[in-house]
Ligand binder design. Structure first.
Ligand code: AHR
Length: 512
């Protein structure tokens, strides 16, 4: 069933000569776009946690129990479904007991991966889980496998989720929390092929089995560390390494970052100062994720034909050179119209694979890499990526509507990529259709066959005047959401002209 739906939903072809067309399937599929595809990631890295989310109760910056008020409000508005913490690479150096109890008694550690700064552990398990409760987010905790132990992990699970009497629950109560928190997502290790221990896949698979055997709880979704990009050998070996005990994992993580230059060692490219060459390579590299996803899904189908283990893209987004003048290892970058396109394209791809992708977490929520929010002292801006996520949140928990898209190419020098990407969903009789146009030089006209008896109830656009536009502190937003005017549906068809470098949403109501 799943395969058939995927087949229909992915009939997306590229055609230079024919008219651009988008056909909506008359019926939505039974595949639900899991709201967690719109998930986020927060790490003890740079100013993501401290300054970005948490300023402490004594700060002059308006806060609620130490959490920045402006950030809390912006995140609530975004309808963030799930947030991963405490890393990232940081997670495999993190000992959760350092971050509980009276703050003055908490030991400090050195954040070896991110700038070598001192981590005072003033933001720990209580602060994170209380933040999630305050904002209405599901927490996703990353367990330390690299430098941790099974015992430490089991105690964390008990501390957080148990309602029985035990030494760990007594400790939790002593630290002020009577009731357990509701945590169902547990990642067992992060990037264990790299910063999480430089492990070989078969070695990690065994370690994973050991951890997973003791991490138990109702409805737990345990996530095995999957590949970096297209490392199919890692995926194959760890799934084989489960030895048929697939019940030990409910999710397999995958990380894929978009680098304009594809060069991890040298320059990745600037986040604000770029021309069409870097625009093109960024979009091209973003689009590559779809083939990579397909390769991993094929392996998952082989070892898990029932589809019980879901793919979780728990780190994705753009990664550029750090902004001039910012600290080494803080991964601070700006966010332009280009990032809006990257977000829209990725989310369309994830929606179209919602049959097997159950979660995705963009890196990261505040002040690091492709952020939703940037802060500077008491100031805050919402990035172009924020606006795309907010516009797309209509897809959360909606049913995927299969589409057929025929799109012209966007050509740059001797290379070309599809100009348009799209996805659609249905919820309570409303169809939501999102389309991206990556061509920075011209609008693209498309004929959308929507079926009869429908009327447009909403149409929005996220774009800016220039591809390098971004939202700066203390200035009017240059890249934001505005109304997008469209014509009428005639005989079930709607002609749209998608402006250059833009992301749009059209919502239709089906007349009964
Ligand atoms: O998001 C930054 C880093 O990228 C994470 O800590 C790590 O998991 C990945 O390599």
């Amino acid at each position: 069933m799943r395969k058939r739906i995927l087949f229909i939903s992915l009939l997306i072809s590229v055609n230079v000569f024919s008219q651009n067309t988008l056909k909506l399937n008359p019926e939505p599929s039974t595949v639900k776009i899991n709201k967690d595809i719109y998930g986020h990631f927060s790490e003890h890295l740079g100013t993501c946690i401290y300054e970005g989310i948490y300023v402490g109760e004594d700060s002059d910056i308006p806060n609620i129990k130490g959490y920045r008020k402006d950030v809390v409000e912006a995140i609530k508005e975004l309808k963030v479904p799930v947030l991963r913490w405490p890393g990232g690479c940081f997670a495999d150096t993190y000992h959760w007991k350092d971050g509980i109890g009276p703050k003055e008694d908490r030991p400090s550690i050195v954040n070896v991966f991110w700038g070598g700064v001192t981590e005072d552990n003033s933001f720990g398990t209580h602060e994170f889980l209380d933040f999630c409760e305050l904002v209405g987010i599901e927490p996703y905790l990353s367990i330390n496998v690299g430098t941790g132990t099974v015992k430490e992990a089991v105690e964390w699970v008990e501390y957080v989720t148990s309602s029985n009497k035990s030494p760990m629950t007594d400790l939790r109560k002593k630290n002020g929390r009577e009731k357990p928190w509701n945590v169902k997502f547990w990642g067992i290790g992060n990037e264990n092929w790299g910063c999480g221990g430089e492990m070989a896949p078969d070695y990690y698979a065994n370690i994973y089995r050991n951890y997973s055997a003791y991490i138990k709880g109702d409805d737990f979704q345990k996530v095995i560390c999957g590949p970096s990009g297209d490392d199919v050998e890692w995926t194959e070996t760890i799934l084989k390494g489960l030895g048929g005990k697939n019940y030990l994992a409910q999710g397999l993580s995958m990380h894929y970052y978009t680098l304009p230059t594809n060069d991890w060692e040298g320059s990745k490219g600037s986040s604000i100062d770029f021309g069409e060459d870097m625009w093109f390579s960024t979009i091209l590299n973003t689009m590559k994720i779809e083939d990579i996803i397909k390769k991993h899904l094929a392996i998952m189908d082989k070892y898990d034909p029932n589809g019980d283990i879901k793919l979780i893209v728990d780190e994705w987004g753009t990664w550029y050179d750090k902004l001039p003048g910012t600290k080494e290892g803080f991964l601070q970058q700006q966010n332009t119209v280009r990032d809006a396109l990257v977000a829209g394209i990725n989310l369309n791809i994830f929606n179209n694979h919602a049959g097997r992708i159950s979660m995705a977490n963009i890196a990261q929520i505040v002040n690091v890499l492709q952020s939703m929010i940037l802060t500077k002292g008491a100031e805050m801006v919402k990035t172009p990526t924020y606006h795309v996520f907010k516009m797309y949140n209509v897809h959360q928990d909606a049913n995927l509507v299969p589409i057929q898209l025929e799109t012209e190419n966007y050509q740059f020098e001797d290379k070309s990529i599809p100009a348009l990407t799209a996805s659609a969903s249905e919820k309570n009789g409303t169809i939501s259709l999102t389309i991206t146009n990556a061509n920075p030089n011209k609008p693209v006209s498309i004929n959308c066959e929507l079926g009869s008896k429908s009327k447009i109830i909403n149409s929005k656009i996220v774009t800016g005047k220039k591809i390098t536009d971004y939202n700066d502190f203390g200035k009017k937003e240059k890249v934001t959401t505005s109304n997008f005017s469209v014509g009428n549906i005639k005989n079930g068809s709607l002609k749209l002209e998608i402006p250059a470098h833009s992301v749009i949403l059209i919502q239709l109501k089906l007349n009964k």
